[in-house]
Design a protein around this ligand. Structure first.
Ligand code: DC
Length: 219
C-alpha cells in the first residue's frame, strides 16, 4: 500500500507525511532527501549543480542508500550518513537545481521504487503520484496560500537558528516553486486522480484526519 503526498514547499507535506506514517505504522519516505543527497555530493565535489553533464558523470561514482531505523530515515552517500547535512540553505538551493536535471531524476527513480516495494509506505515529494508511484493506492496534493507557506517556512528556518528576512524566504520559495513547476521532466503537477487538500487554515492533525478518513472509507 502506497500513499503519495505531493505539493509545493511550505504546505506542510513533511510534517503531515511523518504523522500519517506514524499513525498507520507505515514507512515514511522523504524523496526530497534523495535530491538533497545528490546536491550534497555535487557541492562536496565542487561541481556546479547546474552543470548537467558533470552532475550526470558524478552519478556514475555515487551510491545513495536510505536506511530506516525506528521510523526515522537516514541517507547514506557513498556509505556515509549525511542526514544531518541535507537541510542547509546551500544544499536546499542546489537540490532545487539538480532536481531539474533529467539524468538525476532517472537515476533516483529505481532507488525510490525499490523502497516502495518494501511494504506500506507514505511517500512525499513532487512527482510521487504522477511518476514514481503512479498506481499508488491514495494520492494527495497539498496546497496552501502563498503567504501562509512563506510564513511557515520562515518559522521553520528561525526555529532551526537560520533567521533570514521574510522577503528572502519569500523569494527563495517562489524561485524554487517556479523551477519545480516549469522543469521539462516530471514537473510539479497534481496527478489526475489526486485528492486536493488546502492546508492554509488546517493544523497538521486536521490534515491527517482528513487523509485517514479518505483512506479508511476508500473515498
Ligand atoms: O521537499 P524538499 O524541499 O526536501 O525537496 C528538495 C528539492 O528536491 C526540491 O527543490 C524539489 C526536489 N524534489 C523533486 O523534484 N521531486 C521530488 N519527488 C522531491 C523533491
Amino acid at each position: 500500500m502506497i500513499i503519495a503526498i505531493d505539493g509545493p514547499a511550505g504546505v506542510g507535506k513533511s510534517t503531515v507525511a511523518k504523522l500519517l506514517a506514524r499513525r498507520l505504522g507505515y514507512l515514511y519516505l522523504d524523496t526530497g532527501a534523495l535530491y538533497r543527497a545528490v546536491a550534497w555530493k555535487a557541492l562536496q565535489s565542487r561541481i556546479r549543480p547546474a552543470d548537467h553533464a558533470q552532475v550526470a558523470t558524478l552519478l556514475l561514482t555515487t551510491s545513495i542508500h536510505m536506511q530506516f531505523h525506528q521510523g526515522a530515515m537516514q541517507v547514506l552517500v557513498d556509505g556515509f550518513d549525511v542526514t544531518g547535512q541535507l537541510r542547509t540553505p546551500e544544499v536546499t538551493a542546489a537540490a532545487s537545481i539538480v532536481s531539474a536535471i533529467p539524468a538525476v531524476r532517472e537515476w533516483l527513480l529505481p532507488i525510490q521504487r525499490q523502497i516502495g516495494q518494501g511494504g506500506s509506505v507514505v511517500a512525499e515529494g513532487r512527482d510521487i503520484g504522477t511518476k514514481v508511484f503512479p498506481s499508488a493506492s491514495f494520492k494527495f496534493f497539498l496546497e496552501a496560500d502563498a503567504d501562509v507557506r512563506v510564513a511557515r517556512r520562515h518559522r521553520e528556518l528561525v526555529a532551526a537558528g537560520r533567521g533570514e528576512s521574510i522577503e528572502a524566504t519569500s523569494h527563495d520559495l517562489s524561485t524554487r516553486d517556479h523551477r519545480d513547476r516549469t522543469r521539462s521532466v516530471d514537473p510539479l503537477v497534481p496527478a489526475m486522480d489526486a485528492r486536493f487538500i488546502d492546508t492554509s487554515t488546517l493544523s497538521p492533525d486536521q490534515v491527517v484526519e482528513q487523509m485517514i478518513a479518505a483512506v479508511s472509507t476508500g473515498s
